[in-house]
Write a protein that binds this ligand. Structure first.
Ligand SMILES: Cc1ncc(COP(=O)(O)O)c(C=O)c1O
Length: 373
């Protein structure tokens, strides 16, 4: 059904830009030069060194090259990080609403993901009291994500400082998902590892979003020193190494001009403003995402089942969105839209969504007649 012509796609979480040409060209050159074998488990030394310099200069994170492991996307980094510290029965505190893969990876480790709430009325910043209350003797680590999927929230420095203090007080690891770090419109991206949490923090990054490289599957993690040998072994046991051509592409991304990133961020910012203006006027959004390329839309009335709502929206109004409940209980009564959509499509999709919301306020969604589409 998603392939039906005429559907406006606001559900997809990947850049709608091509990978910048100089990055793709670097991979092609590497292939032509026969650089097609395995790399060391932890990645090409020159890429790890470039990441070390970037982390120090842009994130204020001081790590050695040995602490940096190049992975298969941020997903590879998140999973390996969780694997390296979570034992069966441990608990991982995860943001709610948040990226569902945190929970899925925890479950693969035999651990339990325990949600902590982000507060809609506070622009989806974390409720720090609730977070502290969620710590139990079984808690091993806290997941933080900034900028966030699905909210686009950039965590404020004072909140992160309090989270770092909490982790120190209870001797917990922090796994920080920073894969949207370069897509920030307002405020500043802060890495918790740069706030004195370096010895307990995993800093997870990715080339997928910043450089429009989702299919290249290339990311990284800077981990606590004692964990690094284990992460290297995990790479050997699971994937050997990240794809070599993607590693050459990543190196070119870091070494090359950054105006391609600025151009994409500028486009996302304009779309954020366009979407917020339209949704605010319709009473469907009460905050402005400061980063990433997502926005949580408040559905009117009491929508019990956002999966059913999204299905109806697709069938009856030809707009695809992500159901809020995908991201946890905090997504109830909401849907996520992606701003990685051309402005004319975004405007049309929102026009349909707003019209749909206006005529179907609090009605029980599943009870409505379906169209033949
Ligand atoms: C918050 C978050 N973390 C991690 C990822 C995974 O990114 P990658 O493509 O680098 O594996 C995504 C992808 O959508 C994401 O939204």
């Amino acid at each position: 059904m998603a392939q039906r012509p005429g559907v406006v796609h606001l559900e997809i979480g990947q850049p709608d830009f091509p990978t910048p040409a100089h990055i793709a060209a670097a991979a092609a050159r590497a292939a032509e030069a026969g650089k097609t074998g395995y790399t060391p488990n932890a990645g090409l030394p020159e890429l790890r060194e470039a990441l070390r310099v970037m982390l120090r200069e842009e994130n204020g994170v001081a790590v050695t090259t040995e602490q940096i492991i190049v992975t298969i996307g941020a997903m590879g980094a998140l999973y390996a990080s969780q694997q390296s510290v979570l034992e069966p029965g441990d608990q991982l505190l995860v943001p709610d609403p948040g990226y569902p893969n945190y929970r899925m990876a925890a479950e693969l480790c035999g651990a339990e993901a325990v949600p902590y709430p982000l507060v809609a009325a506070d622009g989806y910043q974390p409720d720090l009291d609730a977070l502290a209350a969620a710590v139990s003797p079984r808690t091993k680590a806290i997941m933080v994500a900034s900028p966030s999927n699905p909210t686009g929230t950039v965590l404020r420095r004072d909140r992160l400082e309090r989270i770092v203090e909490l982790a120190e007080r209870h001797d917990l690891y922090l796994i920080s998902d920073e894969c949207y770090e370069k897509i920030v419109f307002d405020g500043r991206h802060v890495s918790p590892a740069g706030l004195g949490a370096g010895d307990r923090c995993f800093t997870v990054g990715s080339f997928s979003k910043s450089y429009a490289m989702t299919g290249w599957r290339i990311g990284y993690v800077a981990c606590p020193k004692p964990i690094a040998p284990l992460l290297v072994k995990l790479q050997e046991a699971t994937v050997a190494c990240a794809p070599v051509l993607s590693q050459h592409a990543a190196l070119a991304a870091l070494a090359g001009p950054q105006d391609c990133v600025a151009g994409m961020v500028g486009a996302y910012r304009e779309r954020r403003d366009l979407a917020c203006d339209l949704l605010e006027r319709a009473g469907l959004c009460r905050y402005r995402p400061e980063g990433a390329f997502y926005l949580l839309v408040d559905l009117p009335g009491r929508v019990e089942d956002t999966y059913a709502y999204a299905r109806r929206l697709l069938r009856q109004a030809d707009v695809a969105v992500a159901p809020g409940e995908t991201f946890g209980a905090g997504g109830q009564g909401r849907v996520r839209i992606s701003l990685a959509t051309a402005p004319d499509q975004l405007r049309e999709g929102l026009r349909r969504l707003i019209a749909f919301a206006a005529v179907r306020p609090a009605a029980p969604i599943e009870a409505q007649p379906t169209s033949s589409a």
